[in-house]
Write a protein that binds this ligand. Structure first.
Ligand code: ATP
Length: 355
């Protein structure tokens, strides 16, 4: 990236002997919405806290808008942050909560009042300025926390699992609102979550973290459809995994359950006879070849679950199960357990899993 707004360079963090963030590198463009996605304990929050200035890196640099901020205090970084727990001041009204950062910065009264009104409109709560936090729902409290973070016009917005305390329905509507507001303001944002659907639905790019490292950085489409590591492939979405053996690495020929398939590309770093794990998303598989899905394995239908508009079919190829979803077409006979199945795919969708 030629001119990143935020650049995290070889950052490491250890607590005592334990390395929590190991050599983390990331460039974030101006106005980008980036998610840190990963399982509990992989170092997402610690990395975010280093960007905010609440933790000091053990090594590396953090650069914002061309300036090294690694040694700046949090209040010198112009960063807005929203946490998982609502963390509003309970004894202050909504308007006073939103005004908090502006008051600390010594903003003139009239300007603060104007900004608070703007923020209340932005979060869709123009009538609620005089309420106290206990008089708000969880979703409303999180919107106020967002307004409080945004009021002083920060350069970066950092969101640490801001939706995880909310119920499912509110979570979905609020995440869309957050994305809308972020786009409207064009503010560079990092969003921490362990929820893959959340990350896929709102991010420009996702950083999938594993054990203190960025395993893969990419758009939601790339992360889901073209995972580069076994960890990413398994963590994001569901997968059918098939074990095979390389026949010819250069030609991309692989044997699976006694059948030969053509990958249509060479297999870097492998040779004939090597074991190889292949993965296919259920939606990349169909029953019967089509022009778009010319590759196939022969198997049998193990069982059929009729779900209404979708029929979920589990097939067997050798000792492996390959699940697929097919649309219910009332004009066609439904799949039958025990019958032979041609399990078709586009070779491009076959993922070769690394370690
Ligand atoms: P979660 O989704 O559970 O919040 P996370 O990916 O955000 O997980 P972190 O909170 O960054 O993970 O924690 C990573 C590891 O670092 C954990 O094993 C945690 O126990 C450890 N850790 C975090 N802060 C400290 C600290 N101040 N002292 C010692 N260990 C810490």
């Amino acid at each position: 990236m030629p001119d990143p707004f935020l650049s995290i360079q070889s950052v490491k963090k250890s607590f005592g002997e334990t390395a929590v963030v190991r050599d983390f590198n990331l460039d974030v463009g101006r106005g980008e919405f980036i998610s840190f996605l990963g399982p509990s304990g992989c170092g997402k929050t610690t990395m975010l806290r280093m960007v905010a200035g609440f933790e000091e890196p053990s090594a590396g640099r953090i650069v914002v808008d061309g300036k090294d901020v690694t040694n700046l205090k949090p209040n010198q970084r112009k960063i807005g942050m929203v946490f998982q727990a609502y963390a509003l001041f309970p004894n202050l009204t909504v308007a006073q909560n939103i005004a908090f950062g502006l008051n600390v910065a010594g903003t003139p009264r009239a300007e603060t009042a104007k900004r608070v009104s703007e923020m209340l409109v932005l979060i869709g709560l123009p009538q609620l300025g005089d309420r106290f936090p206990y008089q708000l729902s969880g979703g409303q409290q999180q919107r106020v926390a967002l307004a409080r973070a945004l009021a002083p016009k920060p350069r970066l917005l950092l969101l640490d699992e801001p939706l995880s305390a909310l119920d499912a329905k509110v979570r979905v509507s609020l995440r869309e609102e957050i994305r809308q507001i972020q786009k409207e303001l064009g503010i560079t944002t990092i969003f921490v979550t362990h929820d893959q659907e959340e990350a896929l639905s709102i991010s420009d790019r996702i950083v999938v973290m594993n054990n203190g490292r960025a395993d893969q950085v990419g758009t939601p489409f790339e992360i889901y459809n073209r995972p580069t590591t076994r960890f990413v492939a398994n963590f994001v979405g569901t997968l059918n995994v098939l074990e095979g053996q390389v026949v010819d690495a250069g030609a991309g020929t692989i044997q699976v359950a006694g059948q030969t398939i053509e990958l249509g590309r060479s297999l870097a770093g492998r040779s004939g006879g090597d074991g190889v794990s292949l993965a296919l998303r259920p939606e990349a598989v169909s029953l019967g070849r089509t022009p778009g899905r010319p590759g196939a394995l022969n198997g049998t239908i193990a069982d059929v679950h009729f779900l209404g508009s979708v029929i979920r079919v589990r097939t067997k190829v050798g000792d492996r199960t390959v699940s697929l979803d097919t649309f219910n077409d009332p004009a066609l006979p439904p799949p039958v357990s025990g019958s032979a199945a041609e399990i078709a795919f586009a070779p491009r969708d076959l993922m070769v899993l690394g370690d």
